[in-house]
Design a protein around this ligand. Structure first.
Ligand SMILES: Cc1ncc(COP(=O)(O)O)c(C=O)c1O
Length: 461
């Protein structure tokens, strides 16, 4: 065994692999380099990054302007305690203010998406007291701290409820999931029952302080709501004096084509959380943004929250250059043209492969939900398979892609197609070609129905 392979095994043995059985964390792949939409393993094999790592490397790898800004800040002043301020914090604030929807005026900077949601919980519970309950949805992921995981509806919450469920008072609403409507209805005849039911929940449950939503469901399916959904939710929140928290950790920073996903529906939340794309993952940053209404509560009340690394100068240094890059990409039409091409190619690919039950998404955030039978929508895998370690069909397709130089994340029932916003048409075509071949693995286990793949989010893309 080479020295490198030995050291890889050592590392695996002495560290916890995230979201993994540790017996499966034996030989993680060593990544040596990355540039643009490619990354390279230690044997120099290239991979196209078709999921932007964890849907965060939106500007691709090794962006020079961002790296230069980080290096400059490291030399100048990497850290001061959050009770002081730095010039880079002022620069980051101005850059962020130039992007935020009108009304979101006050910010808290942490170092991750889940911490941004922790901040949102503190703002909610202090300002809305004595009301304390938060409505979330089953198809959701909001992070791994106690608050983030308590808000999370996906299978990972189920396994850790006892370990981490110290945040009480979270109730789960039915999803806005047209392909598998929880009410068995069809859009638009449904009259968006999934939204009106939330009004019913608020009134019947009592003590509801806020609702937290991913504007486009990320990990749990790239589910885009019909255009009426969020304006209705906004109205319901206003009528019931409930805060609307938009978790834009994944969907912010042009991932869905607009600055923030809520911009598609002209809805401004009371609290917005974001992370990932705000630095394109070059440094760890989480942002909790809020309106005057929430902020004013803390004028004479202690904001009972903070971290050693809050407002970390080195972390914040990546924000201004990242935002400058997004503005350039947007103005030049690169984002729009790339997403249009991606959408067209994904629709064609879904038509060619019977295993794709539903193709849905928006911007550079898409999913293929794989099924055995388009008519019955029988899934290859269900939620609990994620916990029991059962082999996943999405995992098999993703592994075949990886073997052929394409990185595509797999959730238990769908593939995560979310490339960096800088991806070119040629790079998309190359990736689609590899995915095309890999999908035949699932096609081989499908019942032929002659029915076309559903495009459940076409109404809003
Ligand atoms: C919507 C959403 N919220 C929160 C988080 C948690 O962010 P982090 O992993 O930075 O804590 C994620 C991570 O994927 C996410 O997708």
């Amino acid at each position: 065994m080479s020295n490198t392979e030995d050291r890889i095994k050592q590392l695996a043995q002495h560290t916890f692999g995230t979201w993994n059985r540790q017996s499966a964390w034996t030989s993680p792949l060593l990544i040596k380099d990355a540039e643009g939409v490619y990354f390279y393993d230690y044997k120099d094999k290239p991979y196209i990054d078709f999921s932007s790592m964890l849907i965060c490397s939106s500007l691709g790898h090794k962006n020079k302007a961002i790296i230069e800004a980080i290096v400059k800040q490291a030399e100048k002043l990497p850290y001061v305690a959050p009770g002081f301020i730095t010039e880079v914090a002022m620069d980051a604030l101005e850059a962020i203010q130039s992007m935020m929807p009108e009304g979101l005026n006050k910010f808290f900077f942490s170092t991750s998406g889940t911490e941004a949601n922790d901040g949102a919980l503190v703002m909610t519970r202090q300002s809305q007291a004595p009301r304390y309950k938060v409505i979330s949805r089953y198809h959701s992921f909001h992070g791994a701290t106690s608050a983030g995981m308590a808000f999370t509806g996906d299978p990972r919450r189920i396994l850790t409820e006892r370990a981490r469920y110290t945040v009480e008072g979270v109730c789960f609403a039915p999803d806005c999931y047209c392909y598998r409507c929880p009410f068995g209805q069809t859009y638009p005849e449904c009259k968006i029952q999934c939204a009106t039911y939330i009004d019913y929940m608020i009134k019947e449950d009592g003590n509801i302080a806020a609702i937290i939503v991913e504007p486009v469901v990320g990990t749990n399916g790239r589910i885009v709501p019909p255009p009426e959904y969020f304006p209705m939710i906004r109205k319901i929140c206003d009528e019931n004096d409930v805060l609307l928290i938009a978790d834009e950790v994944m969907t912010g920073w042009f991932r869905t084509g607009k600055k923030f996903a809520m911009d598609h529906w002209n809805v401004v939340p009371d609290i917005m959380t974001t992370a990932k794309g705000c630095t394109s993952a070059y440094t760890p940053v989480g942002i909790t943004a809020t309106t005057d209404k929430v902020a004013d509560f803390f004028e004479n009340e202690m904001f009972c929250h903070g971290h050693t690394y809050a407002y970390h100068a080195l972390s914040l240094s990546a924000i201004p250059p990242a935002i400058a890059e997004y503005k350039k990409l947007d103005a030049s039409g690169v984002i729009r043209e790339g997403s249009e091409h991606l959408k067209n190619e994904l629709y064609k690919l879904a038509d060619r492969h019977e295993c794709v039950g539903d193709v849905r998404g928006i911007g550079h955030l898409w999913g293929f939900e794989l099924v055995k039978n388009r008519k019955t929508k029988e899934a290859f895998n269900v939620k609990m398979d994620k916990l029991t370690g059962a082999p996943l069909m999405t995992g098999k397709v993703s592994a075949e892609c990886f073997k052929n130089g394409l990185y595509v994340l797999a959730w238990y029932d769908n593939l995560v197609i979310a490339p960096p916003l800088i991806i070119t048409k040629q790079e998309i075509d190359k990736a689609i070609h590899i995915l095309d071949n890999a999908l035949t693995i699932a096609d081989n286990e499908v019942v032929s129905t002659g029915i076309a793949a559903s495009r459940s989010s076409e109404f809003s893309s």
